[in-house]
Design a protein around this ligand. Structure first.
Ligand code: IFM
Length: 442
């Protein structure tokens, strides 16, 4: 799919101060599982049949021991910022926070800004998002991390993609902790949102002035103009694009959903006040749009997930687009489309946007398809900037090939290839392309 014409067109310039970065997450790269308390993902991956290739993240990229080599790769890329996540179970373990101390020092010494995410799905065993108390425990952990790293970290992310963690982990059961609660999973959504709000307060108390969240978003396309398809698509859109954004940005749940949430003694309204603590920026993870229609029964494959019966929508294939190895359609204009929609919906309540993840799974070192994917998305992002959306950064998912959750090691999102037998790192063609793009923007 990569073309010479694409390579020949100069990348337009982004505004001064635009942040170019790459992302990873702790469970997907760190390994060294024996040096931390277990997370729900360790329990889940130990159960036969949960992960496509039967693997676990016990070693992953062994980033815990090889972080210096990985930071050198970051330095070689010339990026402004590195988004990684802090593992709550590691912080709960003796010496665990020392690792992040060393990592942050190394990242800063490389001239790169560290951007930690405080929760990227690896909940300590014994905690449960169905329990309200987990939100308070999260805020305590955040305070500990902020106190230790806050002298060198400016930019913080509270949660990564609570929508996926709720949907896949609690409603459909294809991710840890493997629950199949369908709509009874909503309390897990509310408690993560509450945890986000409490974390913002904890970070502010520690002096942080640059705080955001990373939510996943993408356009929802109705399968047809038929009212049943439109209605189903609207509902899906509500779950993906509004359930987690509306409360954070407006202090209200979309109509009809607030009543389903578990409140405290003060009611859901009191929680919403916490959840809508003002943010300095809003993170958008974008991969692909979804084409959605009326329910069609069970057995529909969607992004590696088989959707059960009983959902009020079905996800359909998007025809006529190239597909990544994950089967996700490549639709760069989806990114340019979703951002102005956001600005229209939230107006002044929308802080500056940062694209906190964008990426694709492809095999091979000469990964021209990945280059074409990112090239197309960065150009689409520039169109959104030109259309007046205040976008301040773009982070590639991911620096390294890594443990792709229920897919195991079979989906390679990295700019750097990792041989999971020898753990050798080899920069791919896309690494050179991104390095040149960043250099060209200076
Ligand atoms: O690998 C994941 C990441 O952990 C969260 N966002 C989507 C990526 C690709 O599936």
């Amino acid at each position: 799919m990569a073309t010479d014409a694409m390579a020949a067109d100069a990348m337009p310039r982004f505004p001064d101060g635009f942040l170019w970065g790459v992302s990873t997450s702790a469970h997907q790269i760190e390994g060294a599982a024996g040096l931390r308390a277990p997370s729900v993902w360790d329990v889940f991956t130990a159960e036969p049949g949960r992960v496509r290739d039967g693997s676990t993240a016990a070693v992953a990229c062994d980033h815990y021991h090889r972080y210096r080599e990985d930071v050198a790769l970051l330095a070689g890329l010339g990026v402004d910022a590195y988004r990684f996540s802090v593992s709550w179970p590691r912080v709960d373990s003796p010496g665990g926070l020392d690792f992040y101390d060393r990592l942050v020092d190394e990242v800063c010494a490389a001239g790169v800004r560290p951007v930690p995410t405080l929760f990227h799905w690896d909940l300590p065993v014994g905690l449960d998002w169905l329990e309200r108390d987990t939100a308070a425990r999260f805020a305590e952990y955040v305070s500990v991390v902020a106190e230790r790293l806050g002298d060198r970290v400016g930019k913080w992310i509270t949660l990564n993609e609570p929508a996926e963690h709720t949907l896949l982990g609690h409603a459909l059961g294809t991710h840890a902790p493997g629950r199949t609660l369908l709509f009874d999973a909503l309390p897990a959504a509310h408690h993560q949102l509450l945890a986000h709000g409490l974390a913002v307060r904890a970070l502010r108390a520690a002096g942080a002035t640059d705080v955001g969240i990373a939510n996943s978003h993408g356009p929802t396309w109705p399968a047809s103009d038929a009212p049943a398809d439109r209605e189903a698509a609207d509902f899906y859109d509500l779950l993906l694009n509004r359930l987690f954004a509306d409360p954070v940005l407006t202090g209200r749940y979309p109509e009809g959903l607030g009543e389903l949430m578990p409140g405290s003694a003060g009611g859901v309204e009191a929680d919403l006040e916490i959840i809508s603590e003002p943010l300095d920026w809003y993170g958008v993870n974008y991969y692909a749009p979804a084409r959605v229609g009326a329910p069609q029964g069970a057995g529909i494959e969607f992004g590696g997930v088989t959707l059960p019966a009983g959902l009020p929508f079905s996800v359909r294939a998007i025809e006529g687009r190239p597909l990544t190895d994950f089967g996700w359609p490549v639709v760069p204009e989806g990114l340019a489309g979703v951002l102005p929609g956001f600005r229209d919906r939230y107006g002044d309540r929308l802080p500056p946007v940062v694209v906190t993840e964008n990426g694709c799974a492809y095999e091979g070192l000469d990964d021209r398809d990945r280059i074409a994917y990112h090239d197309g998305h960065v150009r689409a992002l520039h169109r959104a900037v030109e259309a007046g959306v205040d976008v301040r950064g773009y982070f590639v998912w991911s620096l390294l090939d890594n443990f792709e959750w229920a897919e195991g090691y079979g989906r390679r999102f990295g700019l750097v290839h990792v041989d999971f037998t020898t753990l050798e790192r080899t920069p791919k063609a896309s690494y050179g392309w991104f390095r040149d793009l960043v250099a060209g923007q200076r």
